[in-house]
Design a protein around this ligand. Structure first.
Ligand code: GLN
Length: 458
Protein backbone atom coordinates (compact mmCIF):
# COMPACT_ATOMS: atom_id res chain seq x y z
CA UNK A 1 0.00 0.00 0.00
CA UNK A 2 2.84 2.40 0.80
CA UNK A 3 4.60 1.63 -2.49
CA UNK A 4 1.31 2.44 -4.26
CA UNK A 5 1.05 5.68 -2.31
CA UNK A 6 4.62 6.58 -3.31
CA UNK A 7 3.77 5.91 -6.96
CA UNK A 8 0.68 8.10 -6.64
CA UNK A 9 2.17 11.17 -4.92
CA UNK A 10 5.95 11.18 -5.09
CA UNK A 11 6.16 12.85 -8.51
CA UNK A 12 4.76 15.88 -6.65
CA UNK A 13 6.31 15.46 -3.20
CA UNK A 14 9.74 14.15 -4.36
CA UNK A 15 10.57 12.70 -0.98
CA UNK A 16 12.61 9.76 -2.27
CA UNK A 17 15.88 9.61 -4.18
CA UNK A 18 15.63 5.83 -4.56
CA UNK A 19 12.67 3.54 -3.93
CA UNK A 20 13.69 -0.06 -3.25
CA UNK A 21 10.42 -1.82 -4.15
CA UNK A 22 11.94 -5.29 -4.48
CA UNK A 23 13.92 -5.05 -1.26
CA UNK A 24 10.88 -3.72 0.59
CA UNK A 25 8.56 -6.46 -0.66
CA UNK A 26 11.16 -9.17 0.15
CA UNK A 27 11.53 -7.81 3.67
CA UNK A 28 7.76 -7.60 4.19
CA UNK A 29 7.37 -11.17 2.98
CA UNK A 30 10.11 -12.41 5.30
CA UNK A 31 8.33 -10.76 8.23
CA UNK A 32 5.06 -12.44 7.21
CA UNK A 33 6.80 -15.82 7.15
CA UNK A 34 8.29 -15.30 10.60
CA UNK A 35 4.87 -14.28 11.87
CA UNK A 36 3.24 -17.35 10.29
CA UNK A 37 5.81 -19.49 12.13
CA UNK A 38 4.60 -17.99 15.38
CA UNK A 39 7.91 -16.21 16.07
CA UNK A 40 8.10 -13.36 18.58
CA UNK A 41 8.55 -10.17 16.52
CA UNK A 42 9.51 -6.62 17.39
CA UNK A 43 6.58 -4.13 17.59
CA UNK A 44 7.69 -2.44 14.36
CA UNK A 45 8.21 -5.65 12.33
CA UNK A 46 6.72 -5.12 8.89
CA UNK A 47 6.34 -1.35 9.31
CA UNK A 48 7.65 0.65 6.32
CA UNK A 49 10.17 3.46 6.78
CA UNK A 50 11.78 6.33 4.83
CA UNK A 51 15.53 6.43 5.46
CA UNK A 52 17.53 9.66 5.03
CA UNK A 53 20.21 9.16 2.40
CA UNK A 54 23.00 10.14 4.80
CA UNK A 55 22.69 6.68 6.43
CA UNK A 56 24.60 3.94 4.63
CA UNK A 57 22.74 0.89 3.34
CA UNK A 58 24.50 -2.20 2.05
CA UNK A 59 23.62 -2.78 -1.61
CA UNK A 60 21.55 0.43 -1.91
CA UNK A 61 22.93 3.70 -3.32
CA UNK A 62 23.85 6.26 -0.65
CA UNK A 63 24.69 9.80 -1.80
CA UNK A 64 24.11 12.10 1.17
CA UNK A 65 22.36 14.32 -1.38
CA UNK A 66 25.64 14.95 -3.21
CA UNK A 67 26.81 14.45 -6.79
CA UNK A 68 30.20 13.45 -5.44
CA UNK A 69 28.69 10.16 -4.19
CA UNK A 70 26.35 9.52 -7.12
CA UNK A 71 26.24 5.80 -7.80
CA UNK A 72 28.08 4.82 -4.61
CA UNK A 73 26.73 1.54 -3.25
CA UNK A 74 28.02 0.95 0.29
CA UNK A 75 29.53 -2.44 1.13
CA UNK A 76 28.15 -2.30 4.70
CA UNK A 77 25.18 -1.21 6.80
CA UNK A 78 25.17 1.58 9.38
CA UNK A 79 24.51 0.26 12.88
CA UNK A 80 21.03 1.83 12.86
CA UNK A 81 20.33 0.28 9.43
CA UNK A 82 21.32 -3.11 10.81
CA UNK A 83 19.18 -2.66 13.92
CA UNK A 84 16.16 -1.68 11.85
CA UNK A 85 16.60 -4.62 9.52
CA UNK A 86 16.89 -6.97 12.53
CA UNK A 87 13.65 -5.51 13.91
CA UNK A 88 11.91 -6.31 10.60
CA UNK A 89 11.40 -2.66 9.66
CA UNK A 90 10.81 -2.39 5.91
CA UNK A 91 13.15 0.19 4.35
CA UNK A 92 11.15 1.64 1.44
CA UNK A 93 14.00 3.68 0.04
CA UNK A 94 16.41 6.55 0.54
CA UNK A 95 14.96 9.96 1.31
CA UNK A 96 16.10 13.27 -0.15
CA UNK A 97 18.13 15.73 1.91
CA UNK A 98 20.27 18.84 1.68
CA UNK A 99 23.74 17.93 0.42
CA UNK A 100 25.72 16.47 3.34
CA UNK A 101 22.87 17.65 5.62
CA UNK A 102 23.81 21.30 5.14
CA UNK A 103 20.60 23.27 4.86
CA UNK A 104 17.08 23.81 6.13
CA UNK A 105 14.90 23.22 3.07
CA UNK A 106 16.29 20.33 0.91
CA UNK A 107 17.01 22.98 -1.73
CA UNK A 108 20.73 22.23 -1.35
CA UNK A 109 20.17 18.64 -2.54
CA UNK A 110 22.08 17.92 -5.75
CA UNK A 111 18.94 16.08 -6.89
CA UNK A 112 16.35 18.87 -6.55
CA UNK A 113 14.12 19.94 -3.66
CA UNK A 114 11.38 17.97 -1.92
CA UNK A 115 7.98 19.63 -1.43
CA UNK A 116 5.83 20.13 1.64
CA UNK A 117 2.68 18.00 1.30
CA UNK A 118 0.64 20.72 3.07
CA UNK A 119 1.46 23.15 0.24
CA UNK A 120 3.60 22.00 -2.67
CA UNK A 121 5.01 25.50 -3.20
CA UNK A 122 6.66 25.35 0.23
CA UNK A 123 9.63 23.47 1.66
CA UNK A 124 9.25 20.44 3.96
CA UNK A 125 12.19 21.79 5.96
CA UNK A 126 15.68 20.34 6.03
CA UNK A 127 18.05 18.89 5.97
CA UNK A 128 15.94 15.74 6.59
CA UNK A 129 13.09 17.13 4.44
CA UNK A 130 12.70 14.00 2.30
CA UNK A 131 11.97 11.88 5.37
CA UNK A 132 9.58 14.45 6.90
CA UNK A 133 7.75 14.92 3.59
CA UNK A 134 7.39 11.14 3.17
CA UNK A 135 5.87 10.73 6.63
CA UNK A 136 3.60 13.78 6.29
CA UNK A 137 2.42 12.61 2.83
CA UNK A 138 1.53 9.12 4.13
CA UNK A 139 4.22 7.56 1.93
CA UNK A 140 5.74 6.02 5.08
CA UNK A 141 4.42 5.91 8.65
CA UNK A 142 7.87 6.44 10.18
CA UNK A 143 11.21 7.82 9.06
CA UNK A 144 14.81 8.44 10.04
CA UNK A 145 16.53 11.80 9.96
CA UNK A 146 19.75 13.23 11.33
CA UNK A 147 20.03 16.41 13.34
CA UNK A 148 23.20 18.49 13.61
CA UNK A 149 21.65 21.87 14.27
CA UNK A 150 17.93 21.14 13.86
CA UNK A 151 17.55 18.88 10.85
CA UNK A 152 15.09 16.49 12.51
CA UNK A 153 13.08 18.96 14.58
CA UNK A 154 12.71 21.77 12.04
CA UNK A 155 11.38 19.52 9.22
CA UNK A 156 9.09 17.77 11.71
CA UNK A 157 7.69 21.14 12.82
CA UNK A 158 6.95 22.48 9.35
CA UNK A 159 5.32 19.25 8.12
CA UNK A 160 3.17 18.66 11.21
CA UNK A 161 4.82 15.46 12.45
CA UNK A 162 6.89 14.38 15.47
CA UNK A 163 10.71 14.32 15.35
CA UNK A 164 13.22 13.70 18.12
CA UNK A 165 16.94 14.46 18.36
CA UNK A 166 18.35 12.03 20.95
CA UNK A 167 20.98 12.81 23.57
CA UNK A 168 24.40 12.94 21.88
CA UNK A 169 25.86 9.43 22.09
CA UNK A 170 22.45 7.81 22.55
CA UNK A 171 22.24 6.54 18.97
CA UNK A 172 25.22 5.16 17.07
CA UNK A 173 26.82 7.33 14.38
CA UNK A 174 28.59 4.34 12.79
CA UNK A 175 27.64 4.43 9.11
CA UNK A 176 26.30 7.98 9.11
CA UNK A 177 28.15 10.09 6.55
CA UNK A 178 29.74 12.63 8.88
CA UNK A 179 28.93 16.34 8.71
CA UNK A 180 29.88 17.69 12.14
CA UNK A 181 30.89 14.77 14.32
CA UNK A 182 30.49 16.48 17.71
CA UNK A 183 26.88 17.43 16.85
CA UNK A 184 25.44 14.78 14.46
CA UNK A 185 22.76 12.47 15.86
CA UNK A 186 20.28 10.25 14.03
CA UNK A 187 16.73 10.12 15.30
CA UNK A 188 13.16 9.07 14.60
CA UNK A 189 10.17 10.70 12.83
CA UNK A 190 6.58 9.56 13.33
CA UNK A 191 3.03 10.79 12.98
CA UNK A 192 2.43 10.09 16.68
CA UNK A 193 4.67 10.40 19.74
CA UNK A 194 4.29 6.68 20.48
CA UNK A 195 5.36 5.63 16.96
CA UNK A 196 8.37 7.92 17.29
CA UNK A 197 9.28 6.40 20.67
CA UNK A 198 8.97 2.83 19.33
CA UNK A 199 11.43 3.67 16.54
CA UNK A 200 13.75 5.41 19.02
CA UNK A 201 14.00 2.20 21.04
CA UNK A 202 14.92 0.20 17.93
CA UNK A 203 17.83 2.44 16.91
CA UNK A 204 19.21 3.51 20.32
CA UNK A 205 21.82 1.85 22.52
CA UNK A 206 25.54 1.36 22.96
CA UNK A 207 27.66 0.55 19.92
CA UNK A 208 31.34 -0.38 20.21
CA UNK A 209 31.77 0.79 16.58
CA UNK A 210 31.19 4.44 17.64
CA UNK A 211 33.73 5.84 20.09
CA UNK A 212 31.28 8.52 21.27
CA UNK A 213 28.44 6.05 21.91
CA UNK A 214 27.30 6.04 25.54
CA UNK A 215 27.36 2.73 27.40
CA UNK A 216 24.23 3.38 29.46
CA UNK A 217 20.65 2.03 29.39
CA UNK A 218 18.34 3.44 26.71
CA UNK A 219 15.98 6.00 28.32
CA UNK A 220 12.47 4.50 28.76
CA UNK A 221 10.92 6.52 25.94
CA UNK A 222 8.06 4.15 25.05
CA UNK A 223 6.86 3.95 28.66
CA UNK A 224 7.12 7.75 28.86
CA UNK A 225 5.05 8.21 25.68
CA UNK A 226 2.36 5.94 27.12
CA UNK A 227 2.42 7.71 30.47
CA UNK A 228 2.29 11.19 28.94
CA UNK A 229 -0.80 10.27 26.93
CA UNK A 230 -2.80 10.28 30.20
CA UNK A 231 -2.32 14.05 30.31
CA UNK A 232 -1.24 14.32 33.93
CA UNK A 233 1.82 16.55 34.38
CA UNK A 234 1.43 17.30 38.09
CA UNK A 235 4.79 17.97 39.75
CA UNK A 236 6.54 18.90 36.51
CA UNK A 237 8.16 22.33 36.07
CA UNK A 238 8.30 23.63 32.50
CA UNK A 239 10.61 26.55 31.63
CA UNK A 240 9.65 28.79 28.70
CA UNK A 241 12.93 30.11 27.27
CA UNK A 242 12.66 33.89 27.08
CA UNK A 243 15.33 34.25 24.39
CA UNK A 244 13.55 31.88 21.97
CA UNK A 245 10.61 34.06 21.01
CA UNK A 246 9.56 37.67 20.43
CA UNK A 247 10.95 39.77 17.61
CA UNK A 248 11.30 37.90 14.33
CA UNK A 249 8.86 35.18 15.37
CA UNK A 250 5.59 34.91 13.45
CA UNK A 251 2.61 35.92 15.61
CA UNK A 252 0.74 32.74 14.60
CA UNK A 253 3.66 30.59 15.76
CA UNK A 254 3.85 32.41 19.09
CA UNK A 255 0.07 32.15 19.61
CA UNK A 256 0.07 28.39 18.96
CA UNK A 257 2.97 27.87 21.38
CA UNK A 258 1.37 30.05 24.06
CA UNK A 259 -1.79 27.93 23.74
CA UNK A 260 0.37 24.83 24.22
CA UNK A 261 1.96 26.31 27.38
CA UNK A 262 -1.54 27.00 28.76
CA UNK A 263 -2.48 23.39 28.01
CA UNK A 264 0.58 22.17 29.93
CA UNK A 265 -0.55 24.26 32.89
CA UNK A 266 -4.06 22.79 32.69
CA UNK A 267 -2.51 19.32 32.88
CA UNK A 268 -0.88 20.23 36.19
CA UNK A 269 2.56 21.45 35.15
CA UNK A 270 4.05 24.58 36.68
CA UNK A 271 5.03 26.88 33.80
CA UNK A 272 7.72 29.50 34.47
CA UNK A 273 9.82 31.82 32.32
CA UNK A 274 13.57 31.20 32.28
CA UNK A 275 16.41 33.16 30.75
CA UNK A 276 19.29 31.52 28.86
CA UNK A 277 21.36 34.61 28.08
CA UNK A 278 23.89 32.94 25.77
CA UNK A 279 21.37 31.27 23.44
CA UNK A 280 21.54 34.37 21.25
CA UNK A 281 25.12 33.40 20.36
CA UNK A 282 24.26 29.81 19.35
CA UNK A 283 23.90 30.66 15.67
CA UNK A 284 27.33 32.33 15.48
CA UNK A 285 29.03 29.52 17.42
CA UNK A 286 27.32 26.81 15.38
CA UNK A 287 28.34 28.35 12.05
CA UNK A 288 31.99 28.19 13.10
CA UNK A 289 31.99 24.76 14.77
CA UNK A 290 29.88 22.87 12.21
CA UNK A 291 31.78 24.16 9.13
CA UNK A 292 35.13 23.56 10.88
CA UNK A 293 34.30 19.91 11.50
CA UNK A 294 32.76 19.61 8.02
CA UNK A 295 35.90 20.94 6.32
CA UNK A 296 37.85 18.15 7.99
CA UNK A 297 35.24 15.40 7.47
CA UNK A 298 34.75 16.20 3.80
CA UNK A 299 38.48 15.87 3.08
CA UNK A 300 37.80 12.15 2.52
CA UNK A 301 36.06 12.94 -0.79
CA UNK A 302 39.33 12.97 -2.67
CA UNK A 303 38.41 11.37 -6.02
CA UNK A 304 40.27 8.22 -4.97
CA UNK A 305 38.22 6.44 -2.36
CA UNK A 306 34.58 7.08 -3.24
CA UNK A 307 32.21 8.03 -6.02
CA UNK A 308 32.97 10.67 -8.62
CA UNK A 309 36.34 11.10 -10.35
CA UNK A 310 36.78 13.89 -12.90
CA UNK A 311 39.69 14.50 -15.27
CA UNK A 312 41.52 11.21 -14.68
CA UNK A 313 43.02 11.02 -18.17
CA UNK A 314 46.30 9.36 -17.25
CA UNK A 315 48.11 12.66 -17.85
CA UNK A 316 46.81 14.93 -15.09
CA UNK A 317 48.33 14.60 -11.64
CA UNK A 318 46.53 13.56 -8.45
CA UNK A 319 46.10 17.07 -7.12
CA UNK A 320 44.49 18.32 -10.31
CA UNK A 321 42.09 15.35 -10.49
CA UNK A 322 41.22 15.92 -6.85
CA UNK A 323 40.48 19.58 -7.37
CA UNK A 324 38.48 19.05 -10.60
CA UNK A 325 36.44 16.37 -8.85
CA UNK A 326 35.67 18.50 -5.80
CA UNK A 327 34.90 21.47 -8.06
CA UNK A 328 32.33 19.40 -9.99
CA UNK A 329 31.08 17.20 -7.18
CA UNK A 330 30.29 19.64 -4.37
CA UNK A 331 27.45 22.17 -4.51
CA UNK A 332 27.79 25.87 -3.59
CA UNK A 333 26.66 25.56 0.07
CA UNK A 334 29.12 22.73 0.72
CA UNK A 335 31.94 24.78 -0.81
CA UNK A 336 30.94 27.77 1.32
CA UNK A 337 31.11 25.63 4.48
CA UNK A 338 34.47 24.11 3.56
CA UNK A 339 35.89 27.60 3.02
CA UNK A 340 34.46 28.99 6.29
CA UNK A 341 35.68 25.96 8.22
CA UNK A 342 39.15 25.93 6.70
CA UNK A 343 39.49 29.63 7.48
CA UNK A 344 38.23 29.26 11.06
CA UNK A 345 40.71 26.44 11.71
CA UNK A 346 43.71 28.08 10.09
CA UNK A 347 46.72 29.06 12.12
CA UNK A 348 46.41 32.66 13.28
CA UNK A 349 42.58 32.55 13.23
CA UNK A 350 41.97 29.35 15.19
CA UNK A 351 41.83 31.00 18.63
CA UNK A 352 39.79 33.97 17.45
CA UNK A 353 37.12 31.88 15.70
CA UNK A 354 37.08 28.16 16.46
CA UNK A 355 38.45 28.54 20.01
CA UNK A 356 36.04 31.36 20.78
CA UNK A 357 33.08 29.35 19.44
CA UNK A 358 34.01 26.43 21.69
CA UNK A 359 33.95 28.77 24.69
CA UNK A 360 30.50 30.01 23.70
CA UNK A 361 29.44 26.38 23.46
CA UNK A 362 30.45 25.90 27.10
CA UNK A 363 28.47 28.99 28.13
CA UNK A 364 25.38 27.60 26.38
CA UNK A 365 25.79 24.30 28.27
CA UNK A 366 26.01 26.28 31.51
CA UNK A 367 22.79 28.18 30.67
CA UNK A 368 21.08 24.81 30.28
CA UNK A 369 22.55 23.49 33.52
CA UNK A 370 21.32 26.57 35.41
CA UNK A 371 17.83 26.33 33.89
CA UNK A 372 17.58 22.61 34.71
CA UNK A 373 18.25 23.39 38.37
CA UNK A 374 14.69 24.69 38.57
CA UNK A 375 13.00 23.17 35.50
CA UNK A 376 12.42 19.57 34.38
CA UNK A 377 12.09 20.54 30.72
CA UNK A 378 12.49 23.69 28.63
CA UNK A 379 10.10 24.65 25.84
CA UNK A 380 10.06 27.01 22.85
CA UNK A 381 8.71 27.17 19.33
CA UNK A 382 10.68 24.72 17.16
CA UNK A 383 10.98 27.31 14.37
CA UNK A 384 10.39 31.07 14.19
CA UNK A 385 8.10 30.69 11.14
CA UNK A 386 5.83 28.15 9.47
CA UNK A 387 7.06 26.44 6.26
CA UNK A 388 8.51 29.01 3.90
CA UNK A 389 8.18 29.09 0.12
CA UNK A 390 10.61 27.21 -2.09
CA UNK A 391 13.12 29.71 -3.46
CA UNK A 392 12.40 32.28 -0.74
CA UNK A 393 15.69 31.88 1.15
CA UNK A 394 18.03 30.23 -1.38
CA UNK A 395 19.91 33.42 -2.21
CA UNK A 396 20.17 34.55 1.39
CA UNK A 397 22.25 32.14 3.51
CA UNK A 398 21.69 34.20 6.68
CA UNK A 399 17.88 33.96 6.31
CA UNK A 400 18.24 30.21 5.71
CA UNK A 401 20.49 29.81 8.77
CA UNK A 402 17.93 31.69 10.92
CA UNK A 403 15.48 28.79 10.38
CA UNK A 404 17.40 26.98 13.13
CA UNK A 405 17.54 29.71 15.78
CA UNK A 406 15.56 27.66 18.31
CA UNK A 407 17.02 24.25 17.51
CA UNK A 408 20.74 25.07 17.73
CA UNK A 409 21.28 25.30 21.51
CA UNK A 410 20.31 21.67 22.33
CA UNK A 411 22.82 19.96 19.99
CA UNK A 412 25.58 22.39 21.01
CA UNK A 413 25.07 21.07 24.55
CA UNK A 414 24.47 17.47 23.43
CA UNK A 415 20.94 17.47 24.86
CA UNK A 416 17.79 15.70 23.70
CA UNK A 417 14.94 17.69 22.15
CA UNK A 418 11.67 16.80 20.42
CA UNK A 419 9.30 18.68 18.14
CA UNK A 420 5.60 17.89 18.48
CA UNK A 421 2.71 19.41 16.48
CA UNK A 422 1.04 22.30 18.33
CA UNK A 423 -1.76 23.35 16.01
CA UNK A 424 -1.83 25.53 12.91
CA UNK A 425 -0.97 29.12 12.08
CA UNK A 426 -1.83 31.37 9.13
CA UNK A 427 0.44 31.06 6.08
CA UNK A 428 2.22 34.32 5.24
CA UNK A 429 1.53 35.02 1.59
CA UNK A 430 -1.75 33.09 1.71
CA UNK A 431 -2.87 29.51 1.37
CA UNK A 432 -3.95 26.89 3.89
CA UNK A 433 -3.02 27.28 7.53
CA UNK A 434 0.25 25.47 8.26
CA UNK A 435 1.60 23.35 11.13
CA UNK A 436 3.49 24.77 14.11
CA UNK A 437 5.95 22.72 16.17
CA UNK A 438 6.54 22.96 19.90
CA UNK A 439 10.08 22.08 21.01
CA UNK A 440 10.69 20.31 24.34
CA UNK A 441 14.30 20.07 25.57
CA UNK A 442 15.55 17.94 28.48
CA UNK A 443 18.79 17.19 30.34
CA UNK A 444 21.23 14.63 28.90
CA UNK A 445 19.80 11.09 28.89
CA UNK A 446 16.36 12.33 29.99
CA UNK A 447 14.95 11.80 26.48
CA UNK A 448 11.95 10.16 28.16
CA UNK A 449 10.90 13.58 29.56
CA UNK A 450 10.67 14.96 26.01
CA UNK A 451 8.39 12.08 25.02
CA UNK A 452 6.25 12.34 28.15
CA UNK A 453 5.48 16.04 27.67
CA UNK A 454 5.08 15.64 23.89
CA UNK A 455 2.54 12.85 24.37
CA UNK A 456 0.60 15.02 26.80
CA UNK A 457 0.42 17.89 24.28
CA UNK A 458 -0.38 15.69 21.26
N1 GLN B 1 20.31 23.92 8.94
C1 GLN B 1 21.49 23.66 9.70
C2 GLN B 1 22.68 23.65 8.78
O1 GLN B 1 22.51 23.96 7.66
C3 GLN B 1 21.35 22.36 10.43
C4 GLN B 1 21.52 21.19 9.55
C5 GLN B 1 21.46 19.89 10.28
O2 GLN B 1 20.99 19.80 11.40
N2 GLN B 1 21.98 18.87 9.63
O3 GLN B 1 23.76 23.33 9.15
Amino acid sequence: AHLDRIRAVDDDVRAFLVVDSDGALDCAQAVDEHRANGEQLSPLAGVPLALKDVVVTRGLQTTSGSKILEGWVPPYDATITRKMREAGIVILGKANMDEFAMGSSTENSAYGASRNPWDLTRTPGGSSGGSSAAVAAFEAPIGIGTDTGGSIRQPAAVTGIVGHKPTYGGVSRYGLIAFSSSLDQAGPFGRTVLDTALLHEVIAGHDPMDSTSLDVPVPPVVAAAREGAHGDLAGLTVGVVKELGGEGYEPGVEAACRAAYAKLEEMGAKVVEVSCPHFGYALAAYYLIAPSEASSNLARFDAVRYGLRVGDDGVRGLEEVMSLTREAGFGPEVKRRIMIGTYALSSGYYDAYYGQAQKVRTLISRDFAAAFETCDVLVSPTTPTVAFKLGERVDDPMAMYASDLCTLPAPLAGLPAISVPAGLAPAPGGGNDLPVGLQIMAPALADDRCYRVAAAIE
